[in-house]
Design a protein around this ligand. Structure first.
Ligand SMILES: [Zn+2]
Length: 687
């Protein structure tokens, strides 16, 4: 029997963060009403509060203090029963923070080096090496024994920045490694590096212990540690913890407040890359704020349009949607958000037969976890490249170090290393094999200049395949680009915030040069009169199938938002693998294209990110309420054995013509989301 949690999943996350003195808490609690509202949205999984972040149980616990306003109500139990009756899957929520127990159990808390408790404006959490692990294990055991919950959602777990120097950590480190904890951050010091390893190890071991306590009661229980592949080494969860411990990977994103329209899709791609085939949920969690009047935590309500757009990004990238809902403390939901969730789940359900699918592999973007851990700016190098590929309509997947080492990248024709500065010897070997096997690489800036222990190498680890050697760091500079890479670029020199001076091998071509260093830092983009003649210093080089760009194009695209960066990336991709790209799309930059397949079908997901203006002046929280349709999207699919093309939304056939080895078609109008289904002759498509 197929396990239900492999999908489809439509998850309504019923948040309910009530402080002890929230005046009208639980006043209108009616489990039947709540279960009816949530079931009507089309949700098939609901997460119910059992222990909140203040440390209060929402059921009559013998371990945790029950919430003072419950007055005997079994909130958790009644809701679990109400949802089970309606055949909705139920997980119970437990939070690790236990804020109101801080004074009573001060030995649970993480400590700074000076021994003081880490409060972090309320976000300080207990230490994974402290006695809280027994407490939390007993809580999940109690819930698993008393209720028909099918799983746990464990929230707010991990280490805090600046910690942890509590006595338990000091003792554990000493007994494991034989040293005292290091007193300052120093990546050249082996003890410091052991300390970082110790964090990951401690976070993993404690969460496994708590999870196993629940699974002892019921081995079929499913586990979610709520964290993110973008958690840093400070937190020490997410990337290395979740794929090993969790049955479902679950991460939240906040797509509002100046974030990107494609944030949920980016997280979807990242989660899938780390998931080892486990199901993934991306949760929409926009900004909860704490108010004193009325007392409690609240979310800004999302418009139906916003939720539909985000949900489209999530399901198009192979994940399942989850939406947070924070009722008023008296348990009444905001009807605006109720409606939005219903519309978002309905949209996903409409495409359900096409949602369990595989990506079609052609281009991959590397996410370098160690570069992310070590270099604050790395996220912009990565995201800028992500944005450029998206806007150029080049479908791509994200891959990790493991994919490179274990050879799972061989199906991709091009791998992009956007300032993947920290690489291990194994990764460098894997990349060398990849190139020697006839595939292409685009690498930028400091790629492979550091080890995964943050040690700077004397030269690029990938020197041989890049065909360049490291000389020195230059300041910000202007670049010029030679044909064919200058196609459709503007007349302006290209701005580069960060650039490395390199030497080149004899057989390395030069495709671009540095014009001159800039006297400004170029952020935001400032044009400073530059001499028109380029220097001899190369900025873009090509050796065989490998292009190296000595500036951090991704970073500059994020910081300057300059169209030439996007077009330069597209030109490089075309020069390297243009003939091998499975699809070409002509459309405005706000169209996101995701290419996937099922047996006998190629699925072209089109998500329209063209929205109403977002103005954040005046403290506006900038909701998206309008999608501007796109017209006449031109698609060239590099397959000729197509038998039928139609829209998944209404099964309406789309006319197409065969031109040589490809088919050409037009999508007359795209509102928000569509899957173009192309049926093919062979069972298994191969580009
Ligand atoms: Zn500690």
């Amino acid at each position: 029997m197929k396990e239900w949690y492999r999908g489809p999943i439509y998850d309504w996350h019923l948040d309910f963060y009530l402080p002890a003195d929230s005046p009208d808490a639980f006043e209108c609690f009616d489990p039947e009403r709540i279960a009816n509202e949530i079931t009507a949205s089309g949700a098939n999984l609901v997460v119910i509060f059992a222990l909140n972040q203040h440390g209060y149980a929402y059921y009559p616990s013998r371990i945790a203090p029950p919430h003072p306003k419950l007055k005997g109500i079994d909130y958790t139990g009644e809701l679990v029963r109400a949802f089970k009756k309606r055949n909705v899957h139920v997980f119970t929520y437990v939070n690790y923070m236990n804020i109101d127990l801080r004074e009573k159990h001060s030995d649970w808390w993480q400590r700074y080096r000076d021994g003081s408790m880490i409060i972090e404006e309320g976000w300080g959490v207990p230490c994974p090496n402290g006695p809280i692990k027994e407490y939390m294990s007993n809580i999940v055991r109690e819930i698993a024994k008393n209720y028909e919950t099918e799983g746990f959602f464990f929230d707010m777990y991990g280490f805090n920045r600046g910690g942890c120097y509590c006595q338990n950590c000091r003792n554990a480190f000493k007994s494991l490694y034989g040293f005292d904890l290091p007193d300052k951050e120093d990546w050249d010091n082996e003890i410091w590096r052991k300390f970082v390893e110790f964090r990951y190890l401690s976070a993993y071991n404690t969460m496994r212990e708590i999870r196993d306590a629940a699974k002892e009661i019921n081995p079929n229980l499913l586990w979610i540690t709520h964290c993110s592949p973008l958690d840093s080494w400070h937190r020490a969860t997410g990337f290395y913890l979740s794929p090993k411990l969790d049955d479902i990977l679950h991460t939240e994103v906040s797509p509002r407040y100046g974030k990107y329209r494609w944030t949920p899709g980016e997280m979807g791609k990242l989660l899938i890359a780390t998931s080892k085939g486990k199901p993934c949920i991306v949760n929409l969690a926009d900004l909860h704020v704490y108010w004193d009047k009325p007392k409690g935590w609240f979310y800004f309500p999302n418009s139906a349009t916003q939720l539909k757009l985000c949900t489209s990004e999530i399901v198009a990238n192979g994940c399942w949607p989850s939406i947070y809902m924070e009722p008023y403390p008296n348990t009444i939901h905001n009807p605006y958000t109720n409606e939005g969730i219903k519309e978002a789940f309905s949209l996903a359900r409409k495409f359900e037969p096409y949602l369990i699918s595989e990506t079609i592999k052609s281009v991959a973007l590397h996410f370098s976890k160690s570069s992310y851990d070590f270099f604050e700016d790395y996220i912009y190098s990565f995201r800028g490249m992500y944005k450029a590929l998206l806007e150029a309509h080049i479908p791509f997947d994200i891959v990790t170090d493991e994919d490179i080492i274990e050879g799972r990248i061989t199906d991709y024709t091009l791998l992009i290393l956007s300032n993947s500065a920290s690489t291990s010897e194994e990764v460098n070997k894997g990349l060398t094999r990849y190139v020697n096997d006839g595939r292409s690489i685009l690498a930028t800036y400091a790629t492979s200049l550091y080890t995964t222990q943050r040690q700077k190498r004397e030269d690029f680890g990938l020197k041989e395949i890049l065909g360049v050697s490291y000389k020195k760091e230059l300041g910000p500079a202007y670049l010029s680009v030679d044909p064919p890479l200058n196609d459709v670029l503007t007349l302006s020199p290209i701005i580069a915030h960060k650039i490395i001076e390199v030497g080149i091998e004899n057989n390395t071509e030069i495709l671009g040069r540095i014009i001159s260093p800039s006297p400004t830092d170029l952020s935001p983009f400032t044009y400073v009169s530059a001499p028109s003649r380029p220097t001899k210093i190369p900025s873009i080089t090509k050796k065989g199938r490998v292009i190296y760009c000595s500036s951090d194009i991704g970073y500059s695209f994020m910081k300057a938002g300059y169209i030439d960066h996007k077009n330069l990336v597209a030109n490089i991709v075309n020069l390297l693998v243009g003939e091998k790209l499975p699809i070409k799309v002509k459309a405005p930059t706000t169209l996101d294209v995701v290419l996937r397949e099922q047996e006998g079908k190629i699925l072209i997901h089109l998500i329209n990110l063209t929205t109403n203006q977002v103005v954040e002046d005046a403290g506006c929280s900038s909701d998206i309420y309008d999608i501007i349709p796109l017209y006449e999207i031109e698609i060239e699919l590099c397959r000729k054995d197509i038998t039928k093309i139609y829209k998944a939304s209404d099964n309406q056939e789309l006319p197409y013509r065969v031109e040589g080895d490809k088919v050409v078609l037009k999508i007359p109008e795209l509102k928000i989301y569509e899957i173009v289904v192309c049926e093919v002759n062979e069972k298994r498509p191969a580009f």
